[in-house]
Design a protein around this ligand. Structure first.
Ligand code: BG6
Length: 500
């Protein structure tokens, strides 16, 4: 059945860029195929160069390369691409916004009714403000319930620049019109953390300091910085991954139960977590943080260069490509439970997961001889590339006597639902089109996340690392990150490098 949501115009600023090809157009096309786009829609590519024909053709090729569904069906593509328009203008020019206004007016005339207007800014952060202003001045932000602006990360590079950007946006758009993207929030497995925690009675009673010993959040990548050395030099792992993706995962794991699934309720509860995180004092940073940078090594059986040898990277760079943190959430539920967070490029394998390590049994009645690998219960929430949840527990080995072994109960998305998960950008674009802000970062979340990291960011910048590179590409990061946990009697849970 065709989708009854309001007609929509989606304008993509930065239409010739990588994100548009890899994510946005494949996501919009998949939504179209699944009949999740409004029946009446227009997509307007906005770029500095090119024309409509080139744009359409490069988007068609992009689908073949990047869409989870591969090459498009010609008939469906013809129908979809007939809805694409293109504007080539400088983002600074007033004409651009006039032309966009004309496209919007033409679409609305054709639809026979006002449309929702989504302005997706896939452009360098330094022009976010300029585009918001251009839209505002052209009257394209005035419909508070229909004009929406989507901002890709990075949202600023520190607390101050994030505030400046926010002020600029707020001059033209109200908070409920602003959709700050953290693409992790669009992942099915990330949203499932809420379903797991609050759709089941089983886990909530043990989801606290009495039963949880420590929580580990890992977002490891096998790739290096690829072609993004220039950007990454201004960012580093703390800004690129922790400020957004890892802290958001932590909020979902640590938040209090929700009263309703309302956008502000979800975001308020996350804000409460960020407010409760114990501030990090720069002078004690060695007690709760480790940074690293990869040297040469092997990845996927191939020899790979050091970070300092990557294109666009300073040969003496002090940028961290790995970071591990120990955080505490100072509230009743989590008092003194360490949350260990780590992320890095060129690690042993790609894996994003949350591991809840439960406390050991209070009294061990089995003799030591009954087990070689007695491990406390553990829940592993696999976000990617495997998607699912495993709960590890002790079971009796078949045979004489009482020997215990760690076994696991597994839920796997693909097997359970017999379908492939959709891409995060499909979900996020659909939510914007439907006007739902739940999965997007509110200004106070951005603010608190930056505020929390500022002491560490400044300390990193003010004290260049003496020991970089300090981990071999293709490993689990610097040795000191093992020590960070060993001091507390813990160790990282490293999944098998070659999953079954
Ligand atoms: C982005 C970072 O936000 O997330 C990249 O800028 C990183 O550096 C990417 O590679 C990882 O996303 P995913 O979905 O592949 O885990």
């Amino acid at each position: 059945m065709a989708n009854p949501i309001a007609p929509t115009v989606v304008a993509i600023f930065g239409a010739t860029g990588d994100l548009t090809q890899r994510k946005l157009i494949p996501a919009l096309f998949n939504l179209f195929l699944d009949q999740e786009l409004p029946r009446q829609f227009t997509i307007v590519g906005v770029g500095r160069r090119g024309d409509l024909e080139n744009f359409r053709e490069s988007m068609r090729q992009a689908l073949g390369k990047y869409s989870r569904r591969g090459e498009p069906n010609e008939e469906k593509w013809a129908e979809f691409s007939g809805r694409i328009r293109y504007i080539a203008e400088d983002f600074q020019s007033v004409e651009l916004y006039e032309k966009l206004k004309a496209e919007v007016d033409a679409s609305e005339a054709e639809f026979g009714q006002p449309a929702s207007r989504v302005y997706y800014l896939s452009v360098p952060p330094d022009i976010f403000g300029r585009v918001a202003e251009g839209l505002g001045n052209a009257g394209l932000s005035a419909a508070k319930d229909r004009d929406r602006i989507v901002i890709e990360k990075p949202f600023g590079r520190d607390l101050e620049s994030a505030e400046v950007l926010n002020k600029k946006l707020i001059e033209h758009f109200d908070e409920q019109q602003i959709y700050r993207i953290d693409h992790y929030l669009g992942k099915e497995t990330v949203q499932n953390i809420l379903a797991l925690r609050f759709g089941n009675a089983l886990y909530e009673p043990i989801w606290n300091r009495r039963y949880v010993d420590n929580v580990q959040i890992t977002v490891a990548e096998e790739v290096g910085v690829e072609k993004r050395g220039g950007y990454y030099e201004t960012s580093g792992a703390l800004r690129d991954m922790v400020q957004n993706h890892l802290l958001q995962l932590m909020c979902l794991v640590a938040m209090e139960p929700l009263v309703s699934f309302d956008a502000d309720e979800v975001r308020n509860k996350k804000v409460d977590v960020l407010k409760a995180v114990r501030p990090m004092e720069a002078k004690n940073r060695h007690l709760f943080s480790v940074r690293g940078q990869y040297g040469p090594g092997y990845s996927g059986g191939m020899s790979v260069p050091a970070y300092r040898k990557e294109v666009g990277v300073d040969p003496h760079s002090g940028t961290e490509t790995y970071v591990a943190l120990k955080l505490y959430v100072d509230n009743w539920r989590w008092h003194n439970v360490p949350f260990y967070l780590r992320t890095g490029k060129r690690m042993a394998r790609k894996v994003s997961q949350v591991v809840i390590n439960f406390c050991p049994v209070p009294h061990q009645m089995f003799p030591a001889s009954s087990t070689d690998d007695f491990e406390p219960n553990r829940m592993i929430i696999n976000i990617q590339p495997e998607e699912g949840i495993s709960v590890q527990f002790q079971a009796k080995e078949p045979g004489a006597g009482m020997r215990l072994r760690t076994v696991s109960m597994d839920f796997n998305y693909e097997r359970a639902f017999q379908s492939e998960s959709r891409e995060a950008y499909e979900t996020l674009l659909q939510e914007v089109i439907e006007g739902n802000t739940t999965l997007f970062m509110r200004a106070d979340q951005e603010h608190l996340a930056w505020e929390l990291l500022m002491p560490l960011l400044s300390a990193f910048e003010n004290s260049p690392p003496a020991n970089f590179p300090n981990y071999v590409a293709g490993t689990w990061g610097p040795e000191t990150s093992d020590l960070l946990l060993a001091k507390d009697g813990h160790r990282w849970y490293n999944p098998p490098v070659h999953p079954q």
